[in-house]
Design a protein around this ligand. Structure first.
Ligand SMILES: *[C@@H]1O[C@H](CO)[C@@H](O)[C@H](O)[C@H]1NC(C)=O
Ligand SMILES: *[C@@H]1O[C@H](CO)[C@@H](O)[C@H](O)[C@H]1NC(C)=O
Ligand SMILES: *[C@@H]1O[C@H](CO)[C@@H](O)[C@H](O)[C@H]1NC(C)=O
Ligand SMILES: *[C@@H]1O[C@H](CO)[C@@H](O)[C@H](O)[C@H]1NC(C)=O
Ligand SMILES: [Zn+2]
Length: 438
Protein backbone atom coordinates (compact mmCIF):
# COMPACT_ATOMS: atom_id res chain seq x y z
CA UNK A 1 0.00 0.00 0.00
CA UNK A 2 2.61 2.36 -1.11
CA UNK A 3 0.55 5.45 -1.62
CA UNK A 4 -0.59 5.42 1.97
CA UNK A 5 2.95 6.16 3.02
CA UNK A 6 3.44 9.20 0.83
CA UNK A 7 3.78 12.67 2.38
CA UNK A 8 0.59 14.15 3.73
CA UNK A 9 0.88 17.15 1.44
CA UNK A 10 -1.29 15.34 -1.09
CA UNK A 11 -4.57 17.10 -1.66
CA UNK A 12 -7.23 16.02 0.72
CA UNK A 13 -9.54 15.22 -2.15
CA UNK A 14 -7.19 12.58 -3.55
CA UNK A 15 -7.09 10.58 -0.37
CA UNK A 16 -10.59 9.09 -0.28
CA UNK A 17 -10.12 8.08 -3.87
CA UNK A 18 -6.94 6.19 -3.01
CA UNK A 19 -8.67 4.43 -0.16
CA UNK A 20 -11.49 3.52 -2.47
CA UNK A 21 -9.04 1.98 -4.92
CA UNK A 22 -7.41 0.05 -2.12
CA UNK A 23 -10.70 -1.44 -1.11
CA UNK A 24 -11.42 -2.46 -4.65
CA UNK A 25 -7.96 -3.80 -5.38
CA UNK A 26 -7.46 -5.72 -2.18
CA UNK A 27 -10.84 -6.83 -0.98
CA UNK A 28 -9.52 -9.73 1.06
CA UNK A 29 -6.71 -7.89 2.81
CA UNK A 30 -8.45 -5.18 4.72
CA UNK A 31 -6.98 -6.69 7.90
CA UNK A 32 -3.68 -8.42 8.40
CA UNK A 33 -3.68 -11.92 9.86
CA UNK A 34 -7.50 -12.05 9.65
CA UNK A 35 -7.76 -9.38 12.34
CA UNK A 36 -6.71 -11.92 14.99
CA UNK A 37 -4.97 -9.37 17.23
CA UNK A 38 -7.85 -6.90 17.44
CA UNK A 39 -8.02 -5.55 20.97
CA UNK A 40 -4.98 -7.49 22.18
CA UNK A 41 -2.64 -5.57 24.45
CA UNK A 42 1.02 -5.60 25.34
CA UNK A 43 1.59 -4.77 28.98
CA UNK A 44 4.81 -4.19 30.88
CA UNK A 45 4.98 -5.41 34.46
CA UNK A 46 7.70 -5.49 37.02
CA UNK A 47 6.93 -7.65 40.04
CA UNK A 48 8.49 -6.08 43.11
CA UNK A 49 8.29 -9.04 45.46
CA UNK A 50 8.62 -12.78 45.19
CA UNK A 51 4.93 -13.15 46.00
CA UNK A 52 4.00 -10.89 43.11
CA UNK A 53 6.27 -12.80 40.76
CA UNK A 54 4.67 -16.05 41.86
CA UNK A 55 1.16 -14.69 41.38
CA UNK A 56 2.08 -13.36 37.93
CA UNK A 57 3.49 -16.69 36.82
CA UNK A 58 0.25 -18.32 37.83
CA UNK A 59 -2.00 -15.93 35.98
CA UNK A 60 0.25 -15.88 32.90
CA UNK A 61 -0.07 -19.62 32.84
CA UNK A 62 -3.84 -19.58 33.28
CA UNK A 63 -4.40 -16.94 30.62
CA UNK A 64 -1.94 -18.55 28.21
CA UNK A 65 -0.26 -15.24 27.50
CA UNK A 66 2.34 -14.75 24.81
CA UNK A 67 5.43 -13.54 26.65
CA UNK A 68 7.55 -11.09 24.68
CA UNK A 69 10.11 -10.60 27.35
CA UNK A 70 11.55 -12.72 28.92
CA UNK A 71 11.05 -15.72 26.64
CA UNK A 72 9.62 -18.07 29.25
CA UNK A 73 7.36 -17.84 32.30
CA UNK A 74 10.06 -19.54 34.35
CA UNK A 75 12.19 -16.39 34.05
CA UNK A 76 9.54 -14.17 35.62
CA UNK A 77 11.11 -12.95 38.82
CA UNK A 78 11.23 -10.16 41.34
CA UNK A 79 12.61 -6.96 39.85
CA UNK A 80 12.73 -8.24 36.26
CA UNK A 81 10.78 -6.64 33.43
CA UNK A 82 8.10 -8.73 31.76
CA UNK A 83 6.38 -7.63 28.54
CA UNK A 84 3.30 -9.67 27.97
CA UNK A 85 1.00 -9.93 24.97
CA UNK A 86 -2.47 -10.66 26.28
CA UNK A 87 -5.32 -11.64 23.94
CA UNK A 88 -8.37 -9.40 23.92
CA UNK A 89 -10.56 -11.90 25.78
CA UNK A 90 -8.03 -12.21 28.61
CA UNK A 91 -7.06 -8.59 29.05
CA UNK A 92 -10.00 -7.73 31.31
CA UNK A 93 -9.09 -10.57 33.64
CA UNK A 94 -5.43 -9.62 33.72
CA UNK A 95 -6.06 -5.92 34.30
CA UNK A 96 -8.57 -6.67 37.06
CA UNK A 97 -6.07 -8.97 38.70
CA UNK A 98 -3.32 -6.34 38.55
CA UNK A 99 -5.64 -3.75 40.03
CA UNK A 100 -6.60 -6.00 42.88
CA UNK A 101 -3.06 -7.19 43.60
CA UNK A 102 -1.87 -3.60 43.25
CA UNK A 103 0.90 -4.52 40.81
CA UNK A 104 2.46 -1.63 38.89
CA UNK A 105 2.02 -1.92 35.17
CA UNK A 106 2.13 0.07 31.98
CA UNK A 107 0.32 -0.56 28.73
CA UNK A 108 2.93 -0.57 25.98
CA UNK A 109 0.54 -1.30 23.11
CA UNK A 110 -3.15 -0.54 23.48
CA UNK A 111 -4.35 -2.40 20.39
CA UNK A 112 -1.91 -4.80 18.82
CA UNK A 113 -3.86 -5.14 15.58
CA UNK A 114 -3.77 -1.39 15.03
CA UNK A 115 -0.07 -1.22 15.89
CA UNK A 116 0.65 -4.03 13.47
CA UNK A 117 -1.23 -2.39 10.61
CA UNK A 118 0.25 1.03 11.30
CA UNK A 119 3.82 -0.17 11.36
CA UNK A 120 3.92 -2.18 8.18
CA UNK A 121 3.73 -1.56 4.48
CA UNK A 122 2.18 -4.95 4.07
CA UNK A 123 2.26 -6.56 0.68
CA UNK A 124 3.66 -3.63 -1.20
CA UNK A 125 5.15 -4.61 -4.49
CA UNK A 126 8.73 -4.83 -3.29
CA UNK A 127 10.53 -7.08 -5.70
CA UNK A 128 12.96 -4.98 -7.63
CA UNK A 129 15.33 -6.08 -10.29
CA UNK A 130 18.58 -4.36 -9.53
CA UNK A 131 20.45 -4.14 -6.28
CA UNK A 132 20.36 -0.36 -6.20
CA UNK A 133 16.58 -0.33 -6.47
CA UNK A 134 15.92 -3.03 -3.91
CA UNK A 135 14.28 -1.60 -0.83
CA UNK A 136 16.23 -2.53 2.30
CA UNK A 137 14.01 -0.40 4.51
CA UNK A 138 11.05 -2.73 4.52
CA UNK A 139 10.68 -6.23 5.90
CA UNK A 140 10.77 -8.90 3.24
CA UNK A 141 8.92 -12.19 3.05
CA UNK A 142 10.89 -15.42 2.79
CA UNK A 143 10.16 -15.66 -0.91
CA UNK A 144 11.43 -12.13 -1.49
CA UNK A 145 14.59 -12.82 0.48
CA UNK A 146 15.27 -16.02 -1.44
CA UNK A 147 14.70 -14.28 -4.78
CA UNK A 148 17.09 -11.56 -3.68
CA UNK A 149 19.72 -14.17 -2.83
CA UNK A 150 19.34 -15.90 -6.20
CA UNK A 151 19.61 -12.54 -7.90
CA UNK A 152 22.84 -11.60 -6.09
CA UNK A 153 24.29 -15.02 -6.80
CA UNK A 154 23.98 -14.23 -10.50
CA UNK A 155 24.82 -10.52 -10.54
CA UNK A 156 27.68 -10.56 -8.00
CA UNK A 157 29.30 -13.89 -8.63
CA UNK A 158 32.74 -12.37 -7.97
CA UNK A 159 32.03 -11.82 -4.28
CA UNK A 160 29.05 -14.05 -3.56
CA UNK A 161 28.34 -17.71 -3.75
CA UNK A 162 24.94 -19.02 -2.70
CA UNK A 163 24.43 -22.60 -1.62
CA UNK A 164 22.10 -24.71 0.48
CA UNK A 165 23.19 -26.60 3.60
CA UNK A 166 20.08 -28.76 3.87
CA UNK A 167 16.32 -28.66 4.12
CA UNK A 168 13.94 -27.39 6.77
CA UNK A 169 11.24 -29.51 8.44
CA UNK A 170 8.75 -28.41 5.80
CA UNK A 171 11.23 -29.05 3.01
CA UNK A 172 12.48 -25.55 2.26
CA UNK A 173 16.13 -25.16 1.28
CA UNK A 174 18.42 -23.62 3.90
CA UNK A 175 20.36 -21.05 1.91
CA UNK A 176 23.65 -19.47 2.91
CA UNK A 177 25.60 -16.72 1.14
CA UNK A 178 29.36 -17.08 1.15
CA UNK A 179 30.71 -13.57 0.87
CA UNK A 180 34.31 -12.55 0.23
CA UNK A 181 36.92 -12.23 -2.44
CA UNK A 182 37.90 -15.63 -3.69
CA UNK A 183 41.47 -16.49 -2.97
CA UNK A 184 43.73 -19.46 -3.18
CA UNK A 185 45.30 -18.50 0.11
CA UNK A 186 43.82 -19.91 3.28
CA UNK A 187 41.11 -17.61 4.62
CA UNK A 188 39.41 -17.73 7.94
CA UNK A 189 35.70 -17.22 8.23
CA UNK A 190 32.89 -15.58 10.14
CA UNK A 191 29.46 -17.17 10.50
CA UNK A 192 26.40 -14.93 10.75
CA UNK A 193 22.84 -16.10 11.18
CA UNK A 194 19.61 -14.15 11.49
CA UNK A 195 16.08 -15.22 12.23
CA UNK A 196 16.58 -18.22 14.54
CA UNK A 197 13.43 -16.89 16.18
CA UNK A 198 10.73 -16.24 13.61
CA UNK A 199 9.07 -13.12 14.99
CA UNK A 200 12.32 -11.15 15.36
CA UNK A 201 12.04 -9.64 11.88
CA UNK A 202 14.75 -7.06 12.32
CA UNK A 203 17.27 -9.95 12.28
CA UNK A 204 16.81 -11.00 8.63
CA UNK A 205 16.57 -7.30 7.70
CA UNK A 206 20.02 -6.81 9.22
CA UNK A 207 21.55 -9.80 7.43
CA UNK A 208 20.29 -8.34 4.15
CA UNK A 209 21.64 -4.94 5.09
CA UNK A 210 25.05 -6.40 5.88
CA UNK A 211 25.30 -8.08 2.48
CA UNK A 212 24.15 -4.92 0.72
CA UNK A 213 26.73 -2.78 2.52
CA UNK A 214 29.47 -5.28 1.80
CA UNK A 215 28.72 -5.20 -1.92
CA UNK A 216 28.19 -1.46 -2.18
CA UNK A 217 31.23 -0.38 -0.16
CA UNK A 218 33.76 -3.06 -1.06
CA UNK A 219 35.50 -0.71 -3.48
CA UNK A 220 35.23 2.53 -1.55
CA UNK A 221 35.68 1.53 2.09
CA UNK A 222 39.13 0.24 3.12
CA UNK A 223 37.74 -1.50 6.22
CA UNK A 224 35.18 -3.43 4.20
CA UNK A 225 37.76 -4.28 1.59
CA UNK A 226 40.05 -5.65 4.25
CA UNK A 227 37.22 -7.68 5.75
CA UNK A 228 36.23 -9.28 2.46
CA UNK A 229 39.80 -9.79 1.31
CA UNK A 230 40.94 -11.48 4.49
CA UNK A 231 37.83 -13.35 5.55
CA UNK A 232 34.85 -15.23 4.22
CA UNK A 233 31.48 -14.32 5.68
CA UNK A 234 28.90 -17.07 5.70
CA UNK A 235 25.58 -15.28 6.01
CA UNK A 236 22.35 -17.15 6.65
CA UNK A 237 19.64 -14.47 6.38
CA UNK A 238 16.81 -16.70 7.58
CA UNK A 239 17.73 -19.61 9.82
CA UNK A 240 14.23 -20.66 10.81
CA UNK A 241 12.65 -20.52 7.35
CA UNK A 242 9.44 -22.38 8.22
CA UNK A 243 8.81 -20.27 11.31
CA UNK A 244 9.58 -17.04 9.46
CA UNK A 245 7.18 -17.93 6.68
CA UNK A 246 4.52 -18.80 9.27
CA UNK A 247 5.06 -15.44 10.98
CA UNK A 248 4.14 -13.77 7.68
CA UNK A 249 1.16 -15.91 6.83
CA UNK A 250 -0.46 -16.96 10.11
CA UNK A 251 0.93 -15.76 13.40
CA UNK A 252 3.08 -12.63 13.53
CA UNK A 253 4.36 -13.61 16.98
CA UNK A 254 5.47 -17.15 16.22
CA UNK A 255 8.93 -17.93 17.63
CA UNK A 256 9.75 -21.62 17.18
CA UNK A 257 10.30 -23.97 14.26
CA UNK A 258 7.24 -25.73 12.79
CA UNK A 259 8.00 -29.39 13.50
CA UNK A 260 5.23 -31.66 14.70
CA UNK A 261 5.21 -33.49 17.99
CA UNK A 262 4.10 -37.11 18.25
CA UNK A 263 2.17 -36.67 21.50
CA UNK A 264 1.02 -33.05 21.58
CA UNK A 265 -0.85 -30.81 19.21
CA UNK A 266 1.55 -27.93 19.83
CA UNK A 267 4.10 -27.46 17.13
CA UNK A 268 7.67 -26.27 17.02
CA UNK A 269 10.90 -26.27 18.99
CA UNK A 270 12.94 -23.30 20.17
CA UNK A 271 15.84 -23.42 17.71
CA UNK A 272 17.98 -21.63 20.27
CA UNK A 273 17.48 -24.32 22.93
CA UNK A 274 18.02 -27.33 20.68
CA UNK A 275 21.84 -27.42 20.56
CA UNK A 276 23.98 -30.07 22.16
CA UNK A 277 25.42 -28.03 24.99
CA UNK A 278 23.86 -28.64 28.41
CA UNK A 279 20.80 -29.45 26.34
CA UNK A 280 17.45 -28.95 28.09
CA UNK A 281 18.84 -27.80 31.40
CA UNK A 282 18.12 -24.50 33.08
CA UNK A 283 16.26 -21.94 30.96
CA UNK A 284 14.75 -24.47 28.57
CA UNK A 285 11.41 -26.23 28.76
CA UNK A 286 10.63 -29.90 28.24
CA UNK A 287 7.03 -29.09 27.39
CA UNK A 288 6.22 -28.98 23.64
CA UNK A 289 3.71 -26.19 24.12
CA UNK A 290 6.24 -23.81 25.63
CA UNK A 291 8.06 -21.18 23.63
CA UNK A 292 11.41 -22.38 25.00
CA UNK A 293 10.78 -26.08 24.26
CA UNK A 294 14.18 -27.76 23.80
CA UNK A 295 12.88 -30.50 21.48
CA UNK A 296 12.79 -34.31 21.89
CA UNK A 297 16.59 -34.60 21.60
CA UNK A 298 19.54 -32.31 20.69
CA UNK A 299 19.61 -31.28 17.02
CA UNK A 300 16.14 -32.74 16.52
CA UNK A 301 15.37 -29.77 14.28
CA UNK A 302 16.71 -30.20 10.74
CA UNK A 303 17.61 -26.49 10.62
CA UNK A 304 19.78 -26.81 13.74
CA UNK A 305 21.30 -30.06 12.56
CA UNK A 306 22.21 -28.59 9.16
CA UNK A 307 23.98 -25.58 10.64
CA UNK A 308 25.70 -27.67 13.34
CA UNK A 309 26.93 -30.12 10.69
CA UNK A 310 28.24 -27.31 8.54
CA UNK A 311 30.05 -25.59 11.42
CA UNK A 312 31.45 -28.92 12.69
CA UNK A 313 32.80 -29.74 9.27
CA UNK A 314 34.50 -26.36 8.84
CA UNK A 315 35.15 -25.49 12.45
CA UNK A 316 38.85 -24.87 11.97
CA UNK A 317 38.11 -22.03 9.56
CA UNK A 318 35.69 -20.16 11.76
CA UNK A 319 37.03 -17.36 13.91
CA UNK A 320 33.67 -15.96 14.85
CA UNK A 321 30.01 -16.88 15.21
CA UNK A 322 27.47 -14.04 15.24
CA UNK A 323 23.76 -14.55 15.80
CA UNK A 324 21.14 -11.81 15.52
CA UNK A 325 18.07 -11.61 17.72
CA UNK A 326 15.67 -9.00 19.08
CA UNK A 327 14.77 -7.27 21.28
CA UNK A 328 16.77 -5.96 24.27
CA UNK A 329 19.72 -3.90 22.96
CA UNK A 330 22.44 -6.19 24.21
CA UNK A 331 25.64 -7.73 22.94
CA UNK A 332 26.07 -11.11 24.60
CA UNK A 333 28.84 -13.67 24.74
CA UNK A 334 29.23 -17.04 26.52
CA UNK A 335 28.29 -18.53 28.73
CA UNK A 336 24.55 -18.70 28.46
CA UNK A 337 24.12 -21.89 30.43
CA UNK A 338 26.12 -21.00 33.55
CA UNK A 339 27.46 -18.10 35.53
CA UNK A 340 31.16 -18.31 34.79
CA UNK A 341 33.74 -16.43 32.80
CA UNK A 342 35.17 -17.96 29.68
CA UNK A 343 38.91 -18.49 29.26
CA UNK A 344 40.58 -15.57 27.44
CA UNK A 345 37.70 -13.49 28.70
CA UNK A 346 39.52 -10.18 28.29
CA UNK A 347 39.81 -10.44 24.49
CA UNK A 348 36.13 -11.15 24.02
CA UNK A 349 35.15 -8.61 26.63
CA UNK A 350 37.20 -5.85 25.01
CA UNK A 351 35.84 -6.72 21.57
CA UNK A 352 32.31 -6.36 22.96
CA UNK A 353 33.12 -3.16 24.79
CA UNK A 354 34.54 -1.51 21.67
CA UNK A 355 31.73 -2.77 19.47
CA UNK A 356 29.10 -1.36 21.80
CA UNK A 357 30.91 1.99 21.86
CA UNK A 358 31.13 2.04 18.09
CA UNK A 359 27.40 1.33 17.91
CA UNK A 360 26.66 4.09 20.42
CA UNK A 361 28.71 6.63 18.45
CA UNK A 362 26.16 6.71 15.62
CA UNK A 363 22.88 7.68 17.32
CA UNK A 364 23.68 7.41 21.01
CA UNK A 365 21.79 4.13 21.41
CA UNK A 366 23.06 2.23 24.42
CA UNK A 367 23.66 -1.49 24.43
CA UNK A 368 24.48 -3.51 27.51
CA UNK A 369 27.09 -6.18 27.04
CA UNK A 370 28.41 -9.16 28.99
CA UNK A 371 28.02 -12.91 29.45
CA UNK A 372 24.50 -13.91 28.39
CA UNK A 373 23.80 -15.68 31.69
CA UNK A 374 24.31 -12.63 33.88
CA UNK A 375 23.29 -9.96 31.36
CA UNK A 376 20.09 -11.55 30.02
CA UNK A 377 19.28 -14.84 31.73
CA UNK A 378 20.54 -18.41 31.96
CA UNK A 379 19.59 -20.54 28.98
CA UNK A 380 20.92 -23.92 27.97
CA UNK A 381 21.28 -25.42 24.51
CA UNK A 382 21.96 -22.11 22.74
CA UNK A 383 23.75 -21.80 19.43
CA UNK A 384 26.26 -19.33 20.84
CA UNK A 385 27.43 -21.63 23.65
CA UNK A 386 27.54 -24.52 21.22
CA UNK A 387 29.71 -22.62 18.74
CA UNK A 388 32.02 -21.60 21.55
CA UNK A 389 32.30 -25.15 22.89
CA UNK A 390 33.12 -26.33 19.40
CA UNK A 391 36.20 -24.18 19.19
CA UNK A 392 35.02 -20.90 17.66
CA UNK A 393 36.78 -18.33 19.88
CA UNK A 394 34.59 -15.28 19.24
CA UNK A 395 30.92 -16.02 19.61
CA UNK A 396 28.33 -13.31 20.11
CA UNK A 397 24.59 -12.90 20.12
CA UNK A 398 23.13 -9.49 19.34
CA UNK A 399 19.79 -8.51 20.78
CA UNK A 400 18.88 -5.63 18.47
CA UNK A 401 16.49 -2.70 19.05
CA UNK A 402 14.44 -1.76 20.88
CA UNK A 403 13.86 -2.19 24.62
CA UNK A 404 10.11 -2.73 24.42
CA UNK A 405 8.48 0.41 23.06
CA UNK A 406 7.64 -1.39 19.82
CA UNK A 407 9.10 -4.76 20.77
CA UNK A 408 8.79 -7.23 17.91
CA UNK A 409 6.89 -4.65 15.88
CA UNK A 410 9.90 -2.43 15.28
CA UNK A 411 8.63 -0.07 12.56
CA UNK A 412 10.21 -0.22 9.14
CA UNK A 413 11.26 3.38 9.61
CA UNK A 414 13.74 2.15 12.20
CA UNK A 415 15.35 -0.51 10.00
CA UNK A 416 17.88 1.94 8.58
CA UNK A 417 19.14 3.45 11.86
CA UNK A 418 19.17 0.05 13.56
CA UNK A 419 21.15 -1.56 10.76
CA UNK A 420 23.50 1.40 10.33
CA UNK A 421 24.61 1.35 13.95
CA UNK A 422 24.75 -2.47 14.11
CA UNK A 423 26.91 -2.49 11.00
CA UNK A 424 29.54 -0.46 12.83
CA UNK A 425 29.55 -2.91 15.73
CA UNK A 426 29.95 -5.88 13.39
CA UNK A 427 32.78 -4.21 11.50
CA UNK A 428 34.48 -3.34 14.76
CA UNK A 429 34.29 -6.92 16.03
CA UNK A 430 35.55 -8.21 12.70
CA UNK A 431 38.57 -5.91 12.68
CA UNK A 432 39.30 -7.04 16.22
CA UNK A 433 39.44 -10.67 15.06
CA UNK A 434 42.04 -9.86 12.47
CA UNK A 435 44.37 -8.70 15.22
CA UNK A 436 46.51 -10.80 17.49
CA UNK A 437 44.22 -11.32 20.47
CA UNK A 438 43.63 -15.08 20.78
C1 LIG B 1 -9.80 -16.59 24.40
O1 LIG B 1 -10.12 -17.07 23.11
C2 LIG B 1 -9.34 -18.16 22.69
C3 LIG B 1 -9.64 -18.45 21.24
O2 LIG B 1 -10.97 -18.22 20.93
C4 LIG B 1 -9.56 -19.35 23.59
O3 LIG B 1 -8.79 -20.45 23.18
C5 LIG B 1 -9.20 -18.95 25.00
O4 LIG B 1 -9.48 -20.00 25.89
C6 LIG B 1 -9.94 -17.70 25.43
N1 LIG B 1 -9.39 -17.27 26.71
C7 LIG B 1 -10.14 -16.83 27.69
C8 LIG B 1 -9.41 -16.40 28.93
O5 LIG B 1 -11.34 -16.78 27.63
C1 LIG C 1 24.99 -19.78 -7.57
O1 LIG C 1 25.65 -19.59 -8.78
C2 LIG C 1 26.53 -20.64 -9.15
C3 LIG C 1 27.17 -20.27 -10.44
O2 LIG C 1 27.89 -19.10 -10.32
C4 LIG C 1 25.75 -21.93 -9.31
O3 LIG C 1 26.64 -22.98 -9.57
C5 LIG C 1 25.00 -22.21 -8.04
O4 LIG C 1 24.18 -23.35 -8.22
C6 LIG C 1 24.14 -21.02 -7.66
N1 LIG C 1 23.50 -21.31 -6.38
C7 LIG C 1 22.20 -21.54 -6.23
C8 LIG C 1 21.71 -21.87 -4.87
O5 LIG C 1 21.42 -21.46 -7.15
C1 LIG D 1 43.31 -18.79 25.05
O1 LIG D 1 44.46 -18.18 24.49
C2 LIG D 1 45.57 -19.05 24.29
C3 LIG D 1 46.71 -18.25 23.71
O2 LIG D 1 46.92 -17.09 24.41
C4 LIG D 1 45.18 -20.18 23.34
O3 LIG D 1 46.25 -21.10 23.21
C5 LIG D 1 43.95 -20.89 23.87
O4 LIG D 1 43.52 -21.84 22.93
C6 LIG D 1 42.85 -19.90 24.13
N1 LIG D 1 41.71 -20.59 24.71
C7 LIG D 1 40.49 -20.49 24.24
C8 LIG D 1 39.46 -21.29 24.94
O5 LIG D 1 40.19 -19.78 23.30
C1 LIG E 1 36.18 0.17 17.19
O1 LIG E 1 35.51 1.04 18.10
C2 LIG E 1 36.35 1.83 18.90
C3 LIG E 1 35.48 2.67 19.79
O2 LIG E 1 34.73 1.88 20.59
C4 LIG E 1 37.21 2.72 18.04
O3 LIG E 1 38.13 3.43 18.87
C5 LIG E 1 37.97 1.88 17.04
O4 LIG E 1 38.66 2.72 16.17
C6 LIG E 1 37.01 1.00 16.26
N1 LIG E 1 37.79 0.16 15.36
C7 LIG E 1 37.44 -0.06 14.11
C8 LIG E 1 38.40 -0.87 13.31
O5 LIG E 1 36.42 0.35 13.62
ZN1 LIG F 1 15.75 -14.51 19.63
Amino acid sequence: MKFLREPRSRTAAALPLCLLFLKILQPGHSHLYSNRYAGDKVIRLIPTTEEEAYALKKIYHQLKVDLWQPSSISYVSEGAVTDVHIPQNGSQALLAFLQEANIQHKILIEDLQKALEKGSSWRTQRNRRSLSEYNYEVYHSLEEIQNWMHHLNITHSGLIHMFSIGKSYEGRPLFVLKLGRRSRAYKRAVWMDCGIHAREWIGPAFCQWFVKEALLTYRSDPTMRKMLNHLYFYVMPVFNVDGYHFSWTNDRFWRKTRSRNSRFRCRGVDANRNWKVKWCNEGASMHPCDDTYCGPFPESEPEVKAVANFLRKHRKHFRAYLSFHAYAQMLLYPYSYKYATIPNFSCVESAAHKAVNALWSVYGVRYRYGPASSTLYVSSGSSMDWAYKNGIPYTFAFELRDTGHFGFLLPEMLIKPTCTETMLAVKNITMHLLKKCP
